[in-house]
Design a protein around this ligand. Sequence first.
Ligand SMILES: [Zn+2]
Length: 1121
Amino acid sequence: MSVNQQAHTGPPYGQPQPGYQGFQQPAYGGQSLPGAPQSQYGAYNGPVPGYQQPVPPQGSLRAPPTSGAPPPASGASHPSGHVAYSQFEHGDVQNGIPASAAPMQRPPASQPFLPGSAPTPVSQISTFQQYGPPPGSVQQLRNHMAGMTIGSTAASAPPPAGLGYASVPPVSGSVSATGSGLYTPYSASQGPPPPSVSQALPVAQPPFPGQTIPTQRLPAQVPGFTPPPPSTGVGPSSYPPTTGAPRPPAMPGPPLPGQTLAGAPSSQPNHVSSPPPPSTMAGLHPGPPMSGLHGPPPPTHPPQPGYQMQQNGSFGQMRGPQPNYGGAYPGAPNYGSPPGPPPPPKRLDPDSIPSPIQVIEDDRNNRGSEPFVTGVRGQVPPLVTTNFLVKDQGNASPRYIRCTSYNIPCTSDMAKQSQVPLAAVIKPLATLPPEETLPYLVDHGESGPVRCNRCKAYMCPFMQFIEGGRRFQCCFCSCVTEVPPHYFQHLDHTGKRVDFYDRPELSLGSYEFLATVDYCKNNKFPSPPAFIFMIDVSYNAVKSGLVRLICEELKSLLDYLPREGNMEESAIRVGFVTYNKVLHFYNVKSSLAQPQMMVVSDVADMFVPLLDGFLVNVNESRTVIASLLDQIPEMFADTRETETVFAPVIQAGLEALKAAECAGKLFIFHTSLPVAEAPGKLKNRDDRKLINTDKEKTLFQPQTSFYNNLAKDCVAQGCCVDLFLFPNQYLDVATLGVVPYQTGGSIYKYAYFQLETDQYRFLNDLRRDVQKEVGFDAVMRVRTSTGIRATDFFGAFYMSNTTDVEMAGLDCDKTITVEFKHDDKLSEDSGALLQCALLYTSCAGQRRLRIHNLSLNCCTQLADLYRNCETDTLINYLAKYAYRGVLSSPVKTVRDALINQCAQILACYRKNCASPSSAGQLILPECMKLLPVYLNCVLKSDVLQPGPEVTTDDRAYIRQLVTSMDVAETNVFFYPRLLPLTKADVDSDSLPAAIRNSEERLSKGDIYLLENGLNIFVWVGVNVQQSLIQNLFGVSSFSQISNALSTLPVLENPFSKKVRSVVDMLQGQRSRYMKLIIVKQEDKLEMLFRHFLVEDKSLSGGASYVDFLCHMHKEIRQLLS
Ligand SMILES: [Zn+2]
């Protein structure tokens, strides 16, 4: 049997699978076969489906390493290749440690790892004082809300200028920034907000009706309504189409709400909402028990009795003004409405508009209890916020692939009409819960995986065997291929191979193939990868204690390098470099008594001064490495060097990997803008005045193309760069991040790093980053069945052609979002197929192919499309799309394009799928009823609408971060999770039920937790019982709570334990360790917290949910009229 099981595999996947028992690894040999090997250079060369291409030459398309003659591909010692390094003499070579390093002393750094370690009071607070409003963005918002008439919010009367604004500074969402300095640039001198917004005012609001009615009306169009201009600005190729295609005759959409998909037994109702049983409509649907925002038809009608929205069966109620706790945030003024007589205070009841919390809860209740079985085509999976198990029965798990829609239009006209982007968010190496089975590893021996002759698609469950099993027809391109003799098997009476259940590639959605040498660079099996740790030892790094901390941590962390499942020790070799203006390489060969340092001061032409002894096995060189890590902090303890280089550091790592002929990862710990004379030297070009100008995009662009070229070289070598930044000021993340970003690496940023408060977070990130699963030298290609093809890609990678996504490294947290476009018609019968093939080198140096297959339904009815969409995935795509757009277009243009596209999506539904109803009704598709609220969160995010305190580096950092996020991460990032801790059941393991992100949901007497994947806030109300404060913080009163805490004190009582377990649980779910921030109500830090209450209006000018929903409604009506 040639099928192998990986270690860690869980229970067999359902069916009897005798074949999986054999655990022996037949190595690379396998049976030799008569048949010609199919293997082309896997994912690299295959033509895209449907295109006949000559068979490409075997082997890599990549440029060969440039480092001279290829030495033998083995371990660390490479006597050959020295020639290339003859410049060696240019550097100072020192044996042994410099004199200054003499005394070795153990740094005290290890203790502070305790969570409870004393946080020192920090001066953060002062820096938050007195924020004013962000002037620029206000104007923006106004522009874009211009003409809106529907909005109504809590504030009925036109609030005086500034009221309600002054105290709420929006703060960057993501910024994991620590401390103080982050916000310092925003000076206390800011004045009150510009009057513009708050003056635009109140529009007559229709009164609220009681509970019953189906008739909800919004005020009619107001004279002077001018919708935002449809945005165009972005190039056609880089932007989703925003201009709808001419509408074909209305599609006979069967809008019967609640019904399952007509005709498609495989589809299931989406996000079924709960209660109202007969109710066919859980969301905003037309129909008798209607819901939706209704606007008054023509202006002549008197406003109808108010708004009524139905949300999951519950009707909205009229509400009076909320008792806002702080009083400082008295409600949102209406945007853009022409001034008019203040109407009676009425507002759209927030409880009556679609609630993210309700949708999440409903999905959990409806879909969390049973496993998601992937055997059926086009099934919409449970939401990312629902815990569920997956059983692979032929389609890839949603943990690997999620789509914006599981039922895609048959024609491009239909797709254009709907404007719904067709995209898949792919996480090829996703971590699975322990209960699920890792992909099986299949070894087809020397001939490699069986593939279609024409499109090179890999054998998968959708290939059709014919002629008694002697040939198979490709499910992607229809080409018929001979079955290689060794792979032949008889068919049963249903046409299925009798070994169907024995072979993962015939019965599962995801599996791996062992790659043959044909899939390897230069036709040689790869060496195991290497990790090189490169530590900035300039003044700031040393003085902050960072250098000592890193060295101390590495001593233990090196024992946890990634290992192949059953291996005793990691195959990864390690090397060490320190640097400031010059680089120091270390020889840590096991035979040495002491490490040796070699200094390279000629940074203009970087080379690696030693080969033998630079990359070593941790166990063999343990003593020497330990000695080195002890000595580094001492050697540089008295440094006065403040300048650093950066590009030469990457070049050094790259050269070292080239010389060792292996892929690998550089872990660079860096503190400052690289201003020392060297290639890649940067200048400080930060300029906040560019915000809201046409030049704003330059803030996101690298200041030199040098790093793009370097990134290209790194990708060719499989050199992935992970960058840990510890800036005390601007260091140009947009430029420094280029190489990590394009090599598939990660960036971590700890602004104003302080040992006491930040080390725990940093060390957790470092540990996870070093240990996590990663594939090297990776190439991904997505094949599709004829009719659609992958046209656009978003993520951290490099592309040298239009189809192959190349990543020097791809870890288990990274996603690639792929957009598809039609190039022909699809058929409802055959559906559409995706096959993602990832070729990579494992941490043990094994070359593998990971294959994920997914089958989707196709439809000729728009209603089917709208019934099978996934809004969370849609938002993931839209955010990445917009975040890329800011590189080339003004931010406002990008925002307008987003709004326009979403309005078209919803207008198309309204026009073609909803039952006839008043034009004034806002009708949202059930699966997209959260699109407005989530879209608004994206529009208000720091990249697209920065608050005044968000730095240029923060924005560049977030932009890059979001680009690699999976759907769960973007979901919580844009709509943070808010949990009332005081409502938690201390006796249960469950989390308290989340509440909506709005200030009015907070009570003074409670404690809340808010997390967005980067930060965790613990908000304490002023009236919280003293006993709770005592139990959680160990102090006797509210005023004694220190908001400098970076961890919660460990106290022995049920409440403390419960809260800490909630925090730990959340930390465990995220790929980065979140920064914990304690916020006391009415304290200055609260402004930071309020920025994340995303249903409220933001200080940077972002609309409240209610206002935005009304705005969207206007946009939609405009499109329909
Ligand atoms: Zn094919």
